[in-house]
Design a protein around this ligand. Sequence first.
Ligand SMILES: Nc1nc2c(ncn2[C@@H]2O[C@H](COP(=O)(O)OP(=O)(O)O)[C@@H](O)[C@H]2O)c(=O)[nH]1
Ligand SMILES: [Mg+2]
Length: 450
Amino acid sequence: MQKVMEQFADRIREYYDDPLIPLARQFSFRRPPTMGELRRPPQVLLLGNHSSGKSSFVNHLLGIDVQKTGVAPTDDGFTIITHGSVENDLDGHAVVSNPDLAYEGLRHFGDQLVTHVRMKVRKVPLLRNATLVDSPGMIDEARAENGRGFDFPGVVRWFAERSDLVLVFFDPDKPGTTGETLQVFKESLGGMDHKLLIVLNKMDQFQTLHDFARAYGALCWNLGKVIPRKDLPMIYNTFVPIEGRPRSGLQMDDFEKARADLIDEIRRAPSRRMDNQITQMSGFAERLRLHAFVIDEAALRYRRARERAYGILVLLLIAAGATLFVTGLVMALPGLLVVALAGVAFLEMFSFPRTRTRLIDGFDQIFERHHDNEFLMRERAEDLHALWAEVKPRARKIAEKRGLQSFVRLRHSDRVVLNTLIEEDIPRLRSELYTALQKAAEAEEDPASD
Ligand SMILES: Nc1nc2c(ncn2[C@@H]2O[C@H](COP(=O)(O)OP(=O)(O)O)[C@@H](O)[C@H]2O)c(=O)[nH]1
Ligand SMILES: [Mg+2]
């Protein structure tokens, strides 16, 4: 498995090295993921209300008491639990200042956050499959915003973007999504539905099916309000087995099965990791293509407008010069030079900047024109518009800042390479990954064939 992952990570890196990064540079597109980000191990983020059972689940999963649990809000930080042969605990400053750990980005959230981060290195084999991030409980009250001293939704987004699975725990007592939970769903988890797994925990607390149905219904209803999608993500109804708890009146088999499925998903984090990396690269490439095509087209029109204007100016000057020459007014030629200079000044100072602004304001039309054919397919049109809405602000900003002349023309061969990458290479890479992972899994199950 490890080998397969490394092999695909290398192939992904090659596509970034050529053609993506050089083209991104040519058109000042956003920064590609760093080596550290590409190399980071699979990661699973646990979110949820305070006391919903995140830490208990982590302890159960790893079979050790790594996290404190309890009703009192004891743990109010982010704990990164990762694999290592030497067990060790690091504080936030040590974590964010070590470039090998890929958590340096957290420093931007300020010291208040850094003091709320720690890392625990443990020898548990499951951690080879995924690093776990346990988080402080979300506070389900409207006034939650001002309590923390750091940008909580921002930090959650940072972790979620770098995670391959995000588990959101709910407590059946509070299946609500108000306050901070609502804020996190809206601000931190937007566009990450594919990574989300919802866990309705503490099934063992229910005495009757009616209690369960009510909590489950309330949860679905509340999620429906914050997840803009017709079908909700998978909901795992389960519980953390803890010795000495009173038995529930309900049959527990299904809830046990749900827990086993959930743990399987966590074990599969490495393949999700690769899949997410391919998705991330595909997203990068598609946005880059849009960004580059639109800017390139505008730059081309700008250059043409300049050429036309100068062409006309030169023609006029030649005509005027010839007239002066023929009519014997050669003395007026220096005057013509002044007129020429004035013409250039007018074009450069008034006319071209206006053309430029007009072209940048017209990015939408260029985009529409460029995708005429695709818009005929309804679904594709929606995707493309959403993509363009994301790309446009930066494309405009870059074009305004750099000016349209400064862009080197997008070569035809680069266009072809980019199109092939998006339409052929990436889908092929993905299907090859599936085959390779399947083979690796089979080989692991059957050690004789190794
Ligand atoms: N009955 C029951 N109690 C649980 C379950 N999971 C956690 N708890 C209890 O809920 C309390 C809070 O758990 P904890 O893991 O600290 O929650 P966290 O704040 O989300 O990390 C603890 O007293 C746990 O023993 C569960 O599945 N069923
Ligand atoms: Mg906890």
